[in-house]
Design a protein around this ligand. Structure first.
Ligand SMILES: [Mg+2]
Length: 186
């Protein structure tokens, strides 16, 4: 089957890497900032000139974000079992000079197996339909709900800042993703 996967906070720990840098840059207390669990969108509204900061710094930050535990092994196993891995990210031209290149370089440098990379996606539900996605994995409540509304199965990756909703099936690790895929599709 075709598995659509988000990048930031789904295969990587982007938020935990970025927030300390953002706190330093803006002279904010990290614990206080963390306690608010701001979404990326919230950061744009509560911090001055954050659009500019993002454009100037995200590229450097995402180069060093660590992968989540076990993700490379699990993606290799899934691919060896015949599934296609399609990355669908909303990394865009407002935040990156070249969102495709920065993402491709990262995936290749970290030996992440995949079949296709799609960037600058606003409407993930539409992109999932176009690419005939059977299972979609993302941390975003908004994207998971939109994709689920198209009748596509979703797994929401747990993060410290996304909202919990009963409607979405949630996973805490890539090992759990693998188990769910085995249960659903074998
Ligand atoms: Mg994400």
């Amino acid at each position: 089957m075709n598995i659509g996967i988000d990048i930031d906070d789904t295969i990587t720990n982007t938020y935990e890497t970025m927030l300390p840098m953002i706190a330093l840059k803006y002279g904010k207390n990290l614990d206080k900032l963390m306690a608010k669990k701001p979404s990326y969108r919230t950061l744009h509204s509560i911090l001055p000139n954050f659009d500019k900061f993002a454009y100037e710094n995200y590229e450097t930050m995402v180069k060093i974000v660590p992968l989540k535990d076990g993700v490379v092994d699990i993606l290799n196993k899934l691919r060896n079992e015949g599934h296609k891995i399609i990355f669908i990210t909303s990394r865009n031209y407002k935040e990156y000079e070249d969102p495709y290149k920065i993402s491709l370089d990262y995936l290749q440098r970290n030996n992440i197996p995949f079949d296709k990379l799609i960037v600058n996606v606003q409407d993930k539900a539409k992109e999932c339909m176009v690419n005939k996605i059977d299972l979609f994995i993302d941390d975003s409540t908004k994207h998971c709900k939109a994709v689920q509304n198209k009748g596509i199965s979703t797994l929401q990756f747990d993060t410290s800042f996304n909202s919990y909703t009963k409607r979405l099936e949630r996973v805490k690790s890539w090992e759990e993703v693998y188990q769910k895929v085995q249960m659903m599709y074998t």
